[in-house]
Design a protein around this ligand. Structure first.
Ligand code: PGD
Length: 769
């Protein structure tokens, strides 16, 4: 169904989550150039040329031998078996039959179609939207997932305490305001440029480095609180407060305690704009539990001296302070607390709603946060209505598969895990994003059937029963759009599909036909028809605003369209500050909730009615004395195109590189460039060593995204020879309130690896027999 457009030798526009670019095929080689208007392009686009025709791509449909021979059912051979190539018609008949069987015997409750994952930037071929539309329109519904691995705790707690998650956190303070107005940016977890370099849907301008440089040039102080100095760029000239990972809530409590003890807090702001301060203050001052949360109390918890905490608090008084909290902090045990406590610290400083001040939750976490919103809507594929309605919090997938029928808590409710028999994934890689991968393997072994659409042989594809090869974004047309970037991109097709790969849309259209619901899914449109149809929404909005509204052909020929943007007027927080009665925030009280009666009434020990320091269960100890920070990588997005040259070049001896402090290395006889084994009770992986003093002693950092590569897949807990930290992380929710992912932080031990270095096989296609 893709429009038949020849691969192009001219440079044509395209887009990715890591930025807008142009590309061309010349003499069989892919050439990629960043968007000329981008002040700070993302080098990750240079993964494309080597990835396009890499043998890690999936060339034809494949079915796992054991599933083919014995039929659907639980099987520990998943991820260990060989694959049988199959023609498209035959494999679609087989899958159509299996979907019918599941629907007849289990109904929509038998299928998990959450299919979490970032897939690609184009708004039509976005795989997660395609699969949801297919399951809704052609299958009759599915068990869905809610929230995200990025912000599972924050997106749940914010509506109780601040209001609308999107508006009141990530977008309320802009980079322009920081450049022009902030005196102090107090960044918990920093704002690493590698994160801001990425934006869902693709952006044409990366502005963060320039904004920090401008703010710094004006005299703004950046203060980075976190174990990794690299979490703010050099341009910010930041002071570094290297706290123990996972202790930011205690540090914030002590800052607020100092403000209160020294009469430096803004009581008038708290009285007018918040509810619940008196309850919280009793806890803060120790009237509730006998323990004041002062700097002396926080010092041993956080690893920051009491004097440093007190002097930091004093420096915040009377200045335009912006408090930011990175997504990373809430991707850990009790991740709700730093999000909530960051808001309380900002409220106590009284700056919320002022230009460049207040609370910028997650500012810098993604490239389109802190930017002006587009004034007209962009294209979105309608996903239909899921009539089934059941869901799980996204990071509870292994729990669900291992414990059908079990009860769990979420947002004050007791819910029950469904009995899922078939999991269908398109556009995500749970062997990248999920925690405790050995447990995930156990969970997938319980299924009848696992179906995966992928462009490359990720570990998820290797664990599937039916693997359908999907085109890569460069091999199809689409529209690139991000809600806070003015350039809507006509993404031209650059290259022909690899092997027999097909667009996810075409695969779902063919399956819909087999389920007797083709029209319900396609509405009679080809891919090109859909692009025209989705574009019409933006065109109509432009026309209604009295602005030039080119037709689709003109948009396509121009390669893109600059969209109007809303003014930077301070948004809902400014309006709230000016008149809280007329412009309440959408919380139960209409104010910032420092104490939430709703949350308190849920009675969860893991998330009480006001922010609190809740010591984590998992702390360094004798067997695992080090913290492991498993953060986002810089040379790829998550695990995408890990086989691309830019990602591979950043590895050492083929392994992902872990950063550690020379003191921790010396204590174990480890030198720069060595290979180490990182391990804990859940698993083990190899990594290469980079020694640096820009990390707090006692902390090891290993980015996510190296493809899971078990040395011996037959083992229950194989060594990952490549460096995927999710073999080590813990599969537990942030709290009973949100059940978010806690993958950012765990505890480990390490040793020098002295054995023969096992080869990396993650990028070789699996055996086909
Ligand atoms: P990606 O590697 O982006 O990871 O998890 P996510 O699953 O999104 O996976 C996308 C997959 O889609 C890739 O395998 C890619 O090849 C495939 N793909 C791309 N385009 C297409 C297409 O058109 N069609 C199809 N069918 N497939 C396509 C990310 C998740 O990981 C996120 S968002 C976060 S924030 C979490 N972060 C952490 C963390 O900080 N620490 C740990 N330990 N773990 C994390 N996991 C989470």
């Amino acid at each position: 169904m893709s429009a038949e457009v020849a691969a192009t030798t001219e440079f044509r526009p395209h887009s990715s989550h890591w930025g807008v670019f142009t590309a061309a095929m010349r003499d069989g080689e892919l050439l990629v150039r960043p968007h000329p208007g981008d002040p700070d392009p993302n080098d990750i686009i240079q993964n494309f040329p080597s990835a396009l025709r890499h043998p890690a791509r999936i060339a034809q449909p494949m079915v796992r031998r054991g599933w083919l021979e014995r039929g659907p059912g639980p099987d520990r051979r998943r991820g260990r078996d060989e694959f049988v190539p199959m023609a498209w018609d035959a494999v679609l008949d087989l899958l159509g039959g299996e979907l019918q069987r599941i629907r007849d015997s289990h109904g929509p409750a038998g299928v998990f179609g959450g299919s979490y994952g970032w897939s690609s930037a184009g708004r039509f071929h976005h795989a997660q939207s395609q699969i949801h539309r297919f399951l809704n329109c052609a299958f009759g519904g599915y068990v869905a997932s809610v929230n995200s691995y990025s912000s599972g705790a924050a997106s749940v707690i914010v509506p109780y305490i601040l209001g609308t998650y999107e508006e009141l956190t990530k977008h309320n303070v802009t980079w322009d305001q920081v450049a022009a107005h902030s005196d102090v940016v107090l960044a918990f977890g920093g704002m690493a440029l590698k994160n801001a370099m990425v934006a869902g849907g693709g952006i044409s301008e990366h502005v963060e480095r320039g904004a920090m440089q401008a703010a710094r040039g004006r005299g703004c102080d950046f203060i980075l609180v976190g174990p990794l100095r690299s979490d703010l760029p050099e341009e910010a000239g930041a002071e570094w407060v290297a706290n123990i990972p996972g202790t930011d809530t205690a540090l914030m409590l002590a800052l607020v305690h100092t403000l209160v003890a020294e009469g430096l807090h803004d009581q008038a702001f708290l009285d007018r704009y918040t509810v619940g301060w008196p309850v919280f203050e009793r806890y803060l001052l120790g009237e509730a539990d006998g323990q004041p949360k002062d700097a002396d109390w926080a010092a041993p918890i956080t690893g920051v001296s009491a004097d440093a905490i007190r002097s930091l608090a004093r420096r915040l008084h009377g200045r335009r302070v912006l408090v930011t909290v990175a997504h990373a902090l809430q991707r850990a045990e009790h991740g709700e607390q730093p999000v909530w406590m960051g808001a309380v610290l900002a409220a106590a400083l009284g700056q919320i709603g002022l230009p460049g001040g207040g609370y910028g939750y997650a500012l810098g976490a993604i490239g389109y946060y802190g930017r002006r919103a587009n004034a007209v809507p962009g294209p979105t594929l309608p996903q239909g209505r899921n009539r089934h309605g059941d869901f799980i919090p996204v990071a509870r997938i292994a729990d669900m598969l291992l414990n059908p029928g079990a009860a769990y808590r979420y947002k004050g409710q007791t819910r029950t895990y469904p009995d899922v028999r078939l999991v269908y994934w398109a556009g995500g890689n749970p062997f990248h994003h999920h925690q405790d991968l050995n447990r995930l393997r156990e969970a997938f072994a319980r299924l009848d059937t696992l179906v995966v659409h992928e462009l490359a042989w990720t570990a998820t594809a290797r664990h599937a029963d039916i693997v359908l090869p999907a085109t890569m974004t460069l091999e199809r047309e689409d529209i690139g759009y991000s809600s806070h970037d003015p350039l809507m991109v006509a993404m031209h097709r650059i290259a022909d599909p690899y092997g027999e790969a097909r667009d996810d849309y075409d695969i779902f259209a063919a399956l819909s036909r087999r389920l007797g619901a083709e029209d319900a899914f396609t509405e009679g449109r080809s891919s090109r028809d859909w692009l025209c149809h989705l574009y019409a929404r933006t065109q109509q909005a432009l026309r209604e605003a009295g602005l030039p509204a080119p037709d689709f052909d003109a948009f396509w020929a121009a390669g893109g369209l600059r969209l109007p943007q809303a003014p930077d007027d301070g948004g809902p927080w400014r309006a709230f500050r000016e008149d809280p009665e007329a412009n309440p925030v959408p919380t139960p009280s209409g104010r910032i909730e420092i104490f939430s009666e709703t949350i308190a009434a849920y009675g969860e020990a893991s998330c009480p009615g006001h922010p609190a320091w809740l010591p984590p269960e998992e702390v360094p100890g004798a067997a695992t004395p080090l913290h492991l920070v498993a953060n986002q990588p810089a040379t790829r997005l998550h695990s995408q195109l890990d086989f691309g040259a830019h990602s591979v070049a950043a590895k050492h001896r083929g392994r992902e590189v872990a950063s550690l402090h020379p003191v921790d290395a010396a204590a174990r006889g480890i030198a720069d460039g060595d290979i180490i084994r990182l391990f804990n009770g859940r698993g083990a992986c190899l990594a290469a060593v980079r020694l640096t003093t820009d990390i707090r002693p006692g902390v090891v950092q290993l980015a996510t995204g190296a493809w899971y590569d078990p040395e011996n897949p037959e083992d229950d807990r194989p060594l990952c020879v490549h460096g995927n930290p999710n073999v080590l992380t813990r599969d537990a929710g942030t709290s009973a309130l949100a059940q978010g992912c806690t993958g950012q932080l765990t505890v480990v031990e390490m040793e020098r690896f002295n054995g023969n270095l096992p080869p990396i096989r993650a990028f070789e296609p699996p055996m086909a027999g």
